[in-house]
Design a protein around this ligand. Structure first.
Ligand SMILES: Nc1nc(O)c(N)c(N[C@@H]2O[C@H](COP(=O)(O)O)[C@@H](O)[C@H]2O)n1
Length: 415
């Protein structure tokens, strides 16, 4: 089994995209408030609560958010977001706190929203409840909901930002990516021979990789909002593209099946059955596909297409990550994993950074990212911090909030 290894992203600093790294370091620092109070412990509790939420997927496009209300060093209210359409974390925590919220501090993992979506603005709920201070981990990257900090300050509420911002980002990496780029993050899955073929010259492709790889790649589909293939793959392989069997009478909640291309699809194909929804998009434009998926609240897609579709996404530089399974098999001829995408010289090659690698039964898995994303740097910093804590330099206990207002050292107030 391969695990993401954040060590790889900074082992070789020269290969990094420096502007990206600097930008995220500026944006995701931890800070304390003007009184020198340290809000990291209650924020750790808010992060713990947030992690109970369902996370973003096709059925829940909302981020995971947690909130605690602290009054005189004591937690008087807690809440987290249970999924799209339900109340936000702040509102749940305020309800839990009741009158104790007046004059208290709300510690929340995401900037309170300042808009009316499926629910009302959290800023107004916090102001109406009379909280005197709001401590925030991550600014909301959703342009429609942002502006919460400004609204709170305008109403006279003290705002502290950037507390445990790395940890908060790690809770919502796909959501954040999608909001910042207005498109989902694209992971291209490859299952190929050692010499880069995904099918033999006669078209046979079952099975190049091992049973373990097939099981692993099937299971990983559940983590995506959509699986994208081209009409060529559908016509050649008749894939089903579901992540799991929903069971009789149950509604399927796995990734949306998306078929891209202008070739006509005969009825009877497995991808067109009524077990799960399928979006057929008669286009060759990857950007248009991703915009349509973004508009459906999908933050992460799995590209499982053949060489033509993969080449189109690579030509548009819209492959963010590669999850490759390479079998110790040679074919010498056949269908390559990717067709020509415009790289005529080595200087035009698409280069990726290795994130992790490992065994998948007899096969090898390699995970590579096109760019060093802010969450990768955040992962490294969180790992370093935890290592420091384990080595005894930080005795923080998230359940012990008694010292919360006496431990801080920084005096930044950043809004
Ligand atoms: N601050 C905050 N707390 C929560 O618990 C949240 N779920 C969010 N989400 C933000 O609001 C948008 C969704 O709004 P609706 O649930 O449709 O009302 C979401 O995109 C985030 O920006 N924020």
């Amino acid at each position: 089994m391969t695990h993401f290894d954040s060590d790889h992203v900074d082992d070789d600093g020269e290969r990094w995209d420096e502007p990206d790294v600097k930008r995220c370091q500026l944006r995701y620092e931890d800070r304390a408030d003007t009184d020198g109070a340290d809000w990291t412990r209650p924020m750790d509790r808010a992060l713990e609560l947030a992690a109970r939420g369902p996370g973003s997927s096709r059925c829940n496009p909302n981020p995971r958010v947690g909130c605690v209300i602290v009054s005189d060093g004591t937690v008087v209210g807690e809440g987290y977001h249970h999924g799209a359409g339900t109340v936000h974390a702040e509102v749940e925590a305020l309800r839990d706190a009741g009158d104790a919220a007046r004059g208290a501090t709300a510690v929340v993992t995401l900037e309170p929203c300042n808009h009316t979506g499926r629910t009302g603005p959290c800023t107004e709920a916090l102001i109406a409840a009379g909280v005197k201070r709001v401590v925030i981990a991550q600014r909301d990257p959703n342009p429609q909901a942002s502006g919460g900090v400004q609204r709170l300050q305008d109403a006279g509420v003290e705002v502290v930002t950037g507390v445990r911002s790395d940890d908060a980002l790690l809770l919502n990496t796909d959501y954040t990516f999608d909001m910042e780029h207005s498109r989902p993050r694209v992971v291209w899955k490859i299952a190929s021979t050692l010499d880069g073929y995904v099918a033999a010259a006669d078209g046979t492709s079952k099975w190049i990789t091992s049973e373990q790889t097939r099981k692993q790649t099937h299971e990983m589909r559940t983590g995506y909002g959509a699986i994208v293939v081209g009409t060529g793959t559908v016509l050649a392989d008749d894939p089903h593209l579901i992540s799991h069997d929903p069971g009789a009478g149950q509604e399927y909640d796995g990734p949306l099946r998306v078929v891209v291309g202008t070739r006509e699809l005969p009825s009877g194909l497995r991808v067109l059955d009524d077990i799960a929804p399928t979006l057929v998009m008669p286009t060759h434009d990857p950007a248009a596909v991703l915009t349509a998926l973004h508009d459906r609240g999908i933050h992460r897609v799995l590209l499982e297409g053949g060489p033509t579709l993969a080449a189109a996404f690579l030509a548009a530089d819209l492959v963010d990550e590669i999850d490759a399974y390479v079998a110790p098999v040679l074919l010498g001829a056949g269908k390559p994993a990717v067709g020509p995408f415009g790289a005529m010289t080595l200087a035009q090659a698409r280069r990726f950074h290795r994130l992790g690698s490992g065994d998948a039964g007899p096969d090898v898995q390699i995970i590579a990212t096109r760019r060093v994303e802010p969450w990768m740097v955040a992962a490294r910093r969180v790992k370093d911090r935890r290592a420091t804590r384990t080595s005894g330099q930080d005795h923080g206990n998230i359940h012990d909030l008694g010292n919360t207002r006496r431990r801080g050292t920084g005096v930044h107030r950043n809004c």
